[in-house]
Structures are given as structure tokens and as C-alpha cells.
Write a new protein. Structure first.
Length: 202
């Protein structure tokens, strides 16, 4: 017997539902990247949307946020239209000393888009929490030759970030684990975050 072909699903998100479409792309780890999307050249040229060459990583995320400002409809499909090979030598595999700052910068653009369009911020607030935890767990004390006090200082800087603090005061739609991390961050339990760094929770 031949295997049944995969069911091709297509869904269009318009106007007020556009935010839901972006959230779905994000949850499927499909928002940041460029190669899985088809863009209208007219929109890019008309609004002078460009990749920020000053950013060595995450510039595609910012490009997508800038592009989404000028559209009112997207279609998401599970159909495979492009083959992308992931290797071990790309930029995404390199250690990023400024990963948390980069993520927060992109999330601020993301939040501004949602505020401008009037979209629900719940998932964006969840992303701030996830980014903070990722920022803590990805600090590599050995690579950076950090003492315990230096590690603690780095973690305090993350936990005290003003943009993170704003998001913690708002509703998020995270699961129980995100809710737990939210409380840890909100109450600034630094020793707990140091322990999480040692565990390297991802």
C-alpha cells in the first residue's frame, strides 16, 4: 500500500486576526526566518523595508516585523515549498554574548507592532519570559571566564530589565512552566536563576 499523501492545510488570517497568525508562526518557530515566506516586492520597495546590516543576528526577525506593519492579510500553509539545510557552521550555531539584549530589542519592535495594530499582547509577554530564561541559561561561564559574582551580576541585569518588567505586569498565555518562571522573575529570585543557569534548562 502506498502511504497517504500529507493533507495540505491553508488558512488565511486577516485584519484583527493577523496577530493570531503571527502568534501561530512564532509558536511553530516559523516567524523569524525569511526563507519560508513569500513577500510582495511592491510592499518592500514602497516602504523601503531593508535588512539592518548593523545587526549580525536576528535581522530577519526585525525585517519581518517591519514588513508586517504594511500588510492586512497572511496565508499560512503546511505545504513544503522549500528545502532548507541546517548545518553546524552557520551564525545560529555560534555563541552569542548579547543574545538576551538582541531578543529584547526584537521583542520591543514586536510589541510596538501589536500596540499599533491593537493585537492581543498575551503571547508577546510570554516571549519576554521565555527570552529571559533563555538569556540566563545560555550564559556560558566557562566561555566567558566568569566568576560566580560576575555570573550573578549578569543574571541581575537580565532580571532587572525594564522591558521584561513591563511584560511581567501584564497577562501572558504561557503554560504552567512559563507561569512558574514568571513568578521567579517577578520576585527576582536571583539564586534560583543561578541554579537554573547551572541546570541549563532550555
Amino acid at each position: 500500500m502506498k502511504d497517504n499523501p500529507p493533507i495540505i492545510c491553508k488558512k488565511i488570517y486577516e485584519e484583527n486576526d493577523l496577530g493570531k497568525g503571527i502568534d501561530i508562526l512564532h509558536k511553530g518557530k516559523a516567524f523569524n526566518i525569511l526563507w519560508n515566506k513569500i513577500y510582495k516586492t511592491e510592499i518592500i520597495k514602497k516602504n523601503n523595508i531593508r535588512l539592518d546590516v548593523q545587526i549580525w543576528r536576528g535581522e530577519d526577525y526585525k525585517f519581518n516585523i517591519d514588513y508586517f506593519k504594511y500588510i492586512n492579510k497572511i496565508m499560512i500553509t503546511n505545504e513544503s515549498l522549500y528545502n532548507y539545510c541546517i548545518g553546524n557552521s552557520g551564525l545560529t550555531s555560534k555563541y552569542d554574548y548579547k543574545e538576551f539584549e538582541r531578543r529584547i530589542s526584537n521583542l520591543n519592535h514586536h510589541r510596538d507592532l501589536y500596540l499599533e495594530k491593537g493585537f492581543d499582547l498575551s503571547y508577546v509577554n510570554t516571549l519576554y519570559i521565555i527570552s529571559a530564561v533563555a538569556g540566563v541559561t545560555k550564559i556560558d561561564s566557562k566561555k566567558e571566564n566568569l566568576s560566580r559574582q560576575q555570573l550573578k551580576k549578569r543574571i541581575i541585569e537580565i532580571v532587572n530589565n525594564e522591558d521584561l518588567d513591563k511584560s511581567l505586569k501584564m497577562k501572558n498565555d504561557g503554560n504552567i512552566i512559563v507561569k512558574i518562571f514568571s513568578r521567579i522573575l517577578k520576585h527576582k529570585l536571583i539564586n534560583c536563576m543561578i541554579f537554573i543557569n547551572k541546570l541549563k534548562i532550555k
